[in-house]
Write a protein that binds this ligand. Structure first.
Ligand code: HEM
Length: 258
């Protein structure tokens, strides 16, 4: 559903960006519509309104097609989103982006990690949602086999997807450190490496772009180095190592990624 709104947002909220890079984001959205949206939209009707109107097998097939369509949608949308993070396969001619290699555009460096992380995030959230609904029924004393199976299925799914997500999240972070080190420094609110000490993880703080520091820091020593370098000594890049005009807005990304 958010995709419907987003198609309009590209034209209204982000029209400047669309004028600059629409030759990439436009076709990627079109591929999504052609390969996924029709599949999802068609079978969604059978899934929602076909209950007790079509047979169980057809209903299950329709539901599976909706799930497949959603994953294919995620593929194209995350290709577009990842290209915004780690762009390649294009040239800028007369102030406009022109695609030159679609394979490179789609399979840009952060795409595999962002796709895997996002799809598993969706599985994880669905498992929690279904599990919470089943738990609510169980609390109300409804212990039918269907509710028990719903709860059991969601718990099994969580058991596998939660650790997998932590593993993929770690790889995703290492990839971001490689391709967008300034963004990592901004996300961590980390300004200065001159003390030579390993990087702490800042749990709370108010990054200040003018004063080039993070105020009121509450930090855990070593943890930043451990998470992002898998080391207890190696520092992560600091924001003051980048020219001021290349520094992402640390207050925004620090709090949004907290
Ligand atoms: C130990 C666990 C996790 C780690 C290390 C981790 C790591 C990361 C990192 C580094 C990013 C930012 C990537 C970037 O902007 O370049 C990110 C983004 C994101 N994470 Fe996680 N994550 C973890 C768990 C989760 C969980 C449990 C969920 C949801 C169920 C989740 C959902 C997301 C989403 C939706 C994004 C934004 C999309 C993106 O930029 O890829 N993450 N995660």
């Amino acid at each position: 559903m958010s995709g419907l709104v987003m198609a309009y947002q590209f034209g209204t909220n982000w029209s400047g960006f669309s004028e600059f890079a629409g030759s990439i984001t436009g076709p990627l959205l079109t591929y999504e519509v052609l390969t996924a949206f029709f599949l999802e939209a068609g079978f969604l009707g059978v899934m929602l309104f076909g209950w007790q109107r079509v047979g169980d097998r057809l209903h299950f097939f329709a539901t599976s097609m909706v799930a497949l369509g959603t994953v294919i949608s995620a593929f194209w949308i995350l290709a577009s989103n990842s290209w915004m993070h780690t762009p390649q396969g294009h040239e800028v001619i007369n102030g406009q982006v022109v695609p030159v290699d679609w394979f490179a555009v789609v399979f840009n460096p952060s795409f595999p990690y962002r796709l895997a992380h996002m799809v598993v995030a969706a599985f994880l959230s669905s498992a929690l949602f279904v599990g919470a609904s089943a738990a609510w029924h169980l609390l109300k004393g409804q212990r039918s086999p269907a509710v028990k199976r719903m709860f059991s299925m969601s718990m099994w799914m969580l058991l596998f997807t939660a650790p997998i997500q932590a593993f993929i999240g770690d790889l995703h972070g290492l990839n971001t450190l490689e391709y967008q080190p300034a963004k990592i420094a901004a996300m961590e609110g980390h300004w200065d490496n001159s003390n030579g000490e390993p990087t702490p993880l800042i749990l709370f703080g108010l990054p200040d772009m003018e004063a080039e520091t993070t105020h009121y820091k509450l930090e855990i020593p070593y943890l930043g180095s451990l998470i992002l370098q898998h080391s207890l000594t190696e520092q992560i890049p600091a924001l003051n190592e980048f020219p001021a005009e290349d520094r992402p807005n640390s207050p925004v990304v620090f709090w949004l990624s907290a």
